[in-house]
Design a protein around this ligand. Structure first.
Ligand code: C5P
Length: 232
């Protein structure tokens, strides 16, 4: 898969997400379904969005014992999502088990990426709450290397980390980056942001964009602007 814009559909109900997606009559965006929507509507929402012709990133961030993650990934694989994720903090063994569960009998599987440290976790929280004393950027790179070692396809990371991740894990290791804003847009609660054009220059493979598209006056125009800046 090449560079693409993934739209974070952070809505609370199927009705809201369909009202939003109905606006896209031309190019069907790659859609991210997060915990809120999935827990509200269940697997049916994934099937319906897929039926409408969208690719799906199911962002459920699994983290449990290897056997449980393996069996859960097998269920997600049958839902025919294109991309899903887990926490690298679950260890290399958990990530290997996840890949096993995700792989279908015919050998195909959705792409699997890892969350390293959440961007909401800072150095102080990592040291005090998690008792991890190394610098956070090294921890992120170590977790990315673990994901690669387990055979995963990439990581979710800040656009600022994408270049380093590619240096350590190779150009083919995917970097999926949220925290994207237009140069003239609202930052909201994101702290470290980049424009789609900057994310492209720095080597992100996919950008995840929520409110700059979902809350725009003209979401289709905002989406097309992202695509033009990032993909073209
Ligand atoms: O609206 P906004 O563009 O900030 O949405 C970004 C999306 O990416 C949200 O769904 C958010 O949960 C997700 N995300 C993030 N930062 C991370 C991981 C995921 O913003 N580190």
């Amino acid at each position: 898969m090449g560079k693409d814009v993934i739209v974070a559909c952070d809505f609370a109900s199927a009705e809201q997400v369909f009202t939003f997606l109905d606006k896209f009559t031309d190019r069907k965006p790659f859609v991210k379904i997060g915990m809120e929507l999935f827990y509200a509507e269940g697997p049916a929402i994934v099937r319906e969005i897929k039926r409408r012709g969208h690719k799906i990133f199911l962002d459920l961030k699994l983290h449990d014992i290897p056997n449980t993650v393996k069996k859960s990934m097998a269920v997600l694989s049958r839902l025919d999502v294109d991309l899903c994720n887990l926490h690298a903090g679950g260890t290399v063994r958990m990530m290997e088990a996840a890949l096993e569960g995700l792989t279908r009998p015919d050998g195909t599987r959705p792409l699997l990426i890892a969350v390293t440290q959440l961007t909401s976790t800072d150095q102080a929280a990592m040291e005090e709450d998690l008792l991890i004393k190394e610098p956070i950027d090294q921890v992120v790179l170590h977790y990315a290397a673990n994901a690669k070692k387990a055979g995963l396809d990439g990581v979710v990371c800040s656009p600022l980390e994408a270049g380093k991740v590619h240096e350590v894990c190779g150009d083919n290791f995917l970097t999926v980056t949220p925290g994207v804003r237009f140069a003239d847009g609202d930052i909201g609660d994101q702290k470290r942001v980049m424009t789609p054009a900057q994310a492209k220059r720095i080597g992100s493979d996919y950008i995840v964009v929520g409110r700059p598209i979902t809350a725009a006056e003209d979401p289709v125009a905002a989406y097309n602007r992202c695509v033009a800046e990032f993909c073209d």
